[in-house]
Ligand binder design. Sequence first.
Ligand code: NAP
Ligand code: COA
Length: 268
Amino acid sequence: MSDVFDFSGRTVFVAGGTSGINLGVARAFARAGASVAVLSRTPDKVRAAVDSLGECGVTALGFVADVRDYEAVAEGLAATCTELGELDVLVSGAAGNFPAATESMSARAFGAVVDIDLKGTFNVLRAAREHLRTPGASVITISAPQSTVPMTLQAHACAAKAGVDMLTKVAALEWAAAGIRVNAVVPGPIEDTEGMGRLAPTPELSELVARSVPLGRYGTAQEIADCCLWLASPYATYVNGAVIPVDGGWSLGGASEVFTAMRNLLAG
Ligand code: NAP
Ligand code: COA
């Protein structure tokens, strides 16, 4: 491994880092030698993630919290950073999603996704701010193509992730003076994830999604992790306030159309 991607002696916290893409990101930093901590709501998932991260031979910690609960996030982070020290890298990726039409989605359903994705990201960034290394910390929010591409059945996720992008840019603007960079990574459809399992639940829909990506395939969690490693590396020290698609070109076209096609298929 080149020294540039050697994260030995560095500390990384991943909110929502117990499954899917975020766990892939946490694992990549652990493999690169960093001490890594994660949070999510489910005790068994937190335990399993900490065990698997520890297998990389690094310090691995975790705590149970719902990102909608600011106090729980702040208390857990304070305890974690007492053990780990200041954070070099903060990744905020907890999210929830399901397909639902705007005319039939309940107000609580819309609110649940906005509360987790957008307000949860605020809670994580706000609570972590005092623990970030200054200067030098790299903050990465995990957005989605829904933030810029309108998609049917996705009003909640589109609204929430658009907010995540803007929150990312404002934090980048405000925290730059302290030497903290804040950027968003925007995954396209990623294979074997809860998110795509919910949005394209049949082999037929899954195929349709793959074909709608200009590169013609799903991405991998490792490809998202690679972008996060780069953002936290000395190769990206002038990158601040960027919203970076890692999506095979999906958000250039295809992403919106495939959701309309999926809605029509689901409607029979
Ligand atoms: P996932 O496996 O369900 O990951 C979500 C993570 O967040 C889990 O660790 C989950 O653990 C945690 N979480 C959910 N709600 C939470 C809450 N209220 N408080 C704390 N933790 C919570 O999903 P994924 O598909 O890999 O998605 C990961 C991220 O990538 C999300 O931000 C998503 O929007 C983004 N993304 C995904 C795709 C894709 O193709 N999958 C595409 C674009 C963007 P618990 O259930 O234990 O809480
Ligand atoms: N379609 C329509 N509405 C739905 C829904 C669906 N598939 N799933 C949940 N809802 C509604 C519920 O009915 C409820 O509204 P109501 O009280 O008016 O009936 C509201 O959303 C909240 O549901 P609840 O189960 O109480 O929320 P929660 O806070 O326990 O869970 C979710 C949050 C709904 C986002 C849940 O799907 C979740 O935990 N997701 C995390 C994993 C995930 O989505 N991963 C992919 C990341 S991109």
